[in-house]
Ligand binder design. Structure first.
Ligand code: GLN
Length: 448
């Protein structure tokens, strides 16, 4: 823990950490030492870990990357945080992220962007940019992240680390600051599939009293299949993931990885996910709709920022929200409120829900002929910080390959498979059917 705290300090310029508290960390580390000595160690005893600042924590501040929650301290720990702590993990601190997890470049954080350790002029990806950068720079052996539309997979890809978003409902959302509740899911980022499997085993499991969408499936040992052979594995390769929008450097790295899989005994099966392109408008209707509802709680009354100057209650709400939220969050609240409003609900929100169902059905058709789906995580390698200027659409379009699995609630992961332009890391995405994480981690582990 001391080693990593020291590294976090000497590499503070990356902007990965938002809160550290040496005293708390070292106290937890000493408790872990005592359990190790007493032979009562948990599966992660003494393993340092850092949490995306979306998970609420008693011992550290929780900001969700927003001025709205600057300095906020939760009276309880998120379920994922307490499960990892119960397994023996030692918390190093909280990691920077896009405001309320809305973004693809970590540039929407109220506390400044995170730099990609491979090239500090570039983005680490988002929204779990702090998590991916901290693991890549070895400021922590592992980190938690959340993925609503790609926020674990895309930063993992951009920073050359491994990350997995499990099946929707595998990990409890209790204590995760909500963005889009039907999509939000927690998962680990670490150096390898093996490390991710170990972490995920402690993170998942039902939480019926606290998250009604948590699945009634017992926690699993996700490491159990890691070393199984993959001969005869059918890897579905969706044509729509390899179209015009994919940059050549990323295509080359992913193609080479697919060849490697053939050499390991897998069989490539061409498949089609015909509504891939529609996942962008569908996601950017559903996610803002849910966000506009979830973020209504930040009104200056119960917690977080409250404006100083106001005449009456309405003005207090207005001023608080005007001051506390950043531009992207405001944009999504407006889009979400619009698509849910009377007269537009049927035209936008309801249509989006119907297409969401069709996207999920397309995956089930594909899984009739393949065991796992593989493709790129993102169309490009990490872009320059500020590279998308003030164009939110450029960010949205870059989410095209991660959104489909999110909308279908399927598990997805990113594993580093090579390098593209500027010697930047390229991740390959694996998408599995519901609850097949152990197999996916096996497939990733065989490559690594
Ligand atoms: N980039 C997507 C968005 O901005 C996904 C974010 C996420 O998964 N939290 O909404």
């Amino acid at each position: 823990a001391q080693h990593f705290l020291h590294r976090a300090k000497t590499h503070a310029d990356l902007g990965a950490f938002l809160d550290v508290n040496e005293e708390v960390t070292l106290r937890q580390a000493r408790a872990a030492d005592a359990r190790l000595a007493a032979d009562t160690a948990g599966p992660l005893e003494g393993v340092p870990i850092a949490h995306k600042d979306i998970f609420v924590t008693k011992d550290f501040t929780t900001t969700a990357g927003s001025k709205m929650l600057e300095g906020y301290r939760s009276p309880f720990d998120a379920t994922v945080v307490s499960r990892l702590a119960a397994a023996g993990a030692v918390t190093l601190g909280k990691l920077n992220c896009d405001e309320f997890a809305m973004g693809s470049a970590n540039e929407n954080s109220a506390f400044g962007p995170v730099k990609n350790p491979w090239d500090t002029t570039r983005t680490p990806g988002g929204s779990s940019g702090g998590s991916a950068a901290a693991v890549a720079a070895r400021l922590t052996p592992a980190a938690t992240g959340t993925d609503t539309g790609g926020s674990i997979r895309q930063p993992a890809s951009f920073c050359g680390v491994t990350g997995i978003k499990p099946t929707y409902g595998r990990a409890s959302r209790y204590g995760m600051v909500a963005f889009a509740s039907s999509l939000d899911q927690a998962g680990p980022l670490a150096r390898s599939a093996e490390d991710c499997a170990t972490l995920l085993s402690s993170m998942c499991g039902p939480d019926p009293d606290r998250d009604s969408t948590s699945l009634d499936v017992p926690a699993e040992d996700f490491t159990r299949q890691l070393n199984e052979p993959i001969d005869g594995l059918r890897i579905g390769v969706p044509a729509e993931f390899f179209g015009e929008g994919l940059n050549d450097d990323v295509r080359a790295a992913v193609d080479a990885a697919l060849k490697q899989y053939e050499a390991l005994g897998a069989q490539l099966v061409p498949i089609s996910l015909p509504r891939t392109e529609l996942s962008i408008p569908v996601y950017y209707i559903i996610a803002p709709a849910e966000a506009s509802s979830n973020l209504s709680r930040f009104d200056g009354v119960k917690f977080g920022h409250r404006a100083k100057d106001f005449k009456d209650l309405t003005e207090m709400y207005e001023q608080t929200r005007a001051e506390g939220f950043g531009d992207e969050v405001k944009r999504r609240i407006m889009i979400g409120t619009y698509v849910l409003s009377h007269g537009y609900y049927d035209a936008y929100y309801l249509q989006a829900q119907k297409i969401r169902r069709m996207i999920a059905d397309d995956f089930q058709q594909a899984f009739k002929v393949c065991d796992v789906i593989a493709g790129p995580v993102a169309p490009t390698v990490a872009w320059e910080l500020g590279g998308h200027g003030n164009d939110p659409l450029a960010d949205y379009l870059a989410d095209i390959f991660t959104l489909p699995a999110s909308l279908a609630g399927l598990p997805g992961m990113s594993l580093p498979v090579g390098f593209g332009a500027g010697h930047m890391p390229v991740g390959m995405q694996l998408i599995g059917n519901h609850l097949t994480e152990a197999r996916m981690l096996n497939v990733a582990h065989r490559f690594q």
